[in-house]
Design a protein around this ligand. Sequence first.
Ligand code: HEM
Length: 408
Amino acid sequence: MSDKQAALDFDIKKIDQDFLDNPFPVYKAMRENDPVHLNPDGSYFLTRYEDVVLSLRHPGMSSDKKVDFKPKFGDGPLYVHHTSSLVFNDPPVHTRVRKLLSEAFTPRKLAELEPVIEGIIDRLLDRLAGQGEFDVVSDYALALPTEIIADMLGVPEEHRHKLHNYSNLILGALDPVVPPEKIAEGHAAVEEFGALLEELIADRRKTPKGGEMGEVLAALIFGEVDGEKLTPVELVQNCIFLLNAGHETTANLVGNGISILLDAPDQMQRLRGDPSLIKTAVEEFLRYQSPLQIGNRKATEDVEFGPEGSKVVIPAGSFIHTSIGAANRDPETFENPEAVDIGRRPNPQIAFGMGKHICMGNTLGRIEGHVAVGKFVERFPNLRAAGEKRFHGRARFRGLDVLPVAVS
Ligand code: HEM
């Protein structure tokens, strides 16, 4: 099949294993041959950098999913969750909730977190050093962000092991096609996780101060913007969202970063020779394997997309898939985009999105990436692959399920 045919035939509802393993050839074919691609279900798929940026910045693009999620989730807990989280709301709800959550990400709070992050990483590395062989994803990449967000929200130690599975089930339900049993598991995960948070919130209301952990939770419970607090549903659902948004994506950044370096030994060598490259290296990992590959918006007015000379109007009411993963490899913006260059400058990657929904945890995610990948590479000079890596099978998020390595 020609590239053009492959692009024209793409169907967001019929994604196969080849695409999940390596979506980039399909993105390229679409960007070159059908950049404003119309799926058989009437939704559009954007792959050019300029178009994805426009969709994220344009005032006529909505993030509200109250109508779109109804057929998929009914009135169940997944519907309540995804339609209450700030990422799937427009102003004024979005603006109010974002202001209240921003309390969690002040420069002071982030500065306080840096030594905590270093301490967690040092302890993890000490433990792994004694093992010789291990899985980077479950033994390392997932541990740091889970600990950090669980600390921010005061989730007790005994519940932390459940968080990754909750997140998988709740975020997995956002994929373009989801079997009914997975939807049922997603509903149950929102309920269980919500009940746990309600208990923590009730405890915290009784003792608003005291205890170092859960400071962010306290800020979300008691914080006010213009005399308004988060409603009880907004509070629980946005805490669930923070845990999901902040641990899965960051774990993917760390796992993808280490895997990219293993696949490109010259770049690993370069980083070892000059550890100060870790900042541009993390930007490159975010560009090359963006943890969030495909976002979405709905047009509330007619908007033109596509290259000069072949513009296409996406009509009001259309659902749009915004492929950040494809945009980050657009040769019109990035020189030699299919190659990894850990010193790449400029690197205007958009892995954290853009516009009013730009990731609130982007500084935190970056710090975690710098510390986790930088210290890992430094600690294990004999690092090498020790088995087949495997990407998890979800189209919107790109990350590994398994990355076996040997270090001794
Ligand atoms: C490498 C790590 C991360 C990546 C790649 C990432 C990516 C993104 C992207 C692309 C969006 C925008 C979605 C949209 O426009 O529809 C977003 C939103 C968001 N992210 Fe992240 N994220 C990361 C880490 C984090 C962390 C660590 C936290 C918090 C602890 C976090 C919290 C949020 C929140 C609250 C939003 C919603 C912002 C809004 O709707 O206004 N993220 N993230």
